[in-house]
Design a protein around this ligand. Sequence first.
Ligand code: SF4
Length: 391
Amino acid sequence: MIPAIARTKPNDPPWIHPRAAYVHIPFCAHKCGYCDFAIATGKDDRIDAYLTAISREIALLGGVQQIRTLFVGGGTPSHLSVGQLAHLCSILGEWLPVQKGGEVSLEANPESLTREKVKLLADAGFTRISLGAQSFSKGTLKSLDRPHDPDAVREAVNLVKESGLVVSLDLIFGAPEQTIIQWQTDLGEAIRLGTDHISTYGLTYEKGTPLEKRVRLGMVRPVGEDLERAMYAEAIACLGGAGYEHYEISNFAKVQKRCAHNEVYWANEAHHGFGMGAAGYVGLSRDLNTRDLERYIRLCSQGTRPVFQSETLNPRERAGETMAQNLRRIEGVETGRFLEQTGFDPQILFATELERLVVQGFLETNPERFRLTPEGKFVADSVIERLMRCV
Ligand code: SF4
């Protein structure tokens, strides 16, 4: 069978033919208590084999893929040694060249980012580094099982800024025992450091993680809903006041510093996904790679795509997904673009529920678009869930 990937053409619209690629590097120095990602710890002796497997998986597409955005995430890509990072850069340069003016990002953890690695990345054409800071409070970092200390975050931000790359910080709110004062301090410190882009995530207790287990055993008490809501409101007020554009539910950017790669996801456009556990969306088909490291390496070495699950959504399901992703953006859902992309007029497809959500004050709408109101941002998940029931 011809893989769906081979059926798209560069002139196809961006929701059919991918202009973005995600590459997953699963290796981490240790497992954080809240982590539910596809990761591998204590397997550093497999990094070289994994990089070779990545190059084979990309090569299985049948040729070089010119793209506009590339995101290397994890795991902890910065956990790779300088030599391994150089190997990765040469694979990416060969198989996934990014067009001029495109965006190339790498996720890094503060404790494993060195001056040498940043220079190598900048020389290889990376344009931004996304740092998993999470907090500037020693107590919060400890409760999340993060191995770095606040000074390591400051040093990493300065390293990236000195190299001229865009720096983005991930911050978590709603961690156990975290107070609103600590959260205000985290936001203030991220602003003071001159961070270009800030992603704020409410902590979730994913089933099966050590932190969720500690909650079940009564060893850890999650913060209340009211406090979590107050923290999110604080992020919006504080970052907005400091000149950051709130362009997606969880994301804030200085002028021209939005993450173009993530905007592809929120537009529900096509993208490649390479590596263990990576998800791709190509030619209207969604593929999910195996999360088993050895299986991933073995399948790629045999010349077989390491896909664990593949599905093609029907048109209504695709419309529902497009709405769910678009609504995360502060500009919301554009009626004309949605119609072109999905074949459905969203003002008709979601008509009944849209009207209710407008009356309840969670959505605002006009003939061109609909989007979340300030109140709607606090209950975005339930708004999206209600609209999804229409398809
Ligand atoms: S560093 Fe990130 S990916 Fe690795 S274990 Fe911690 S949260 Fe998970």
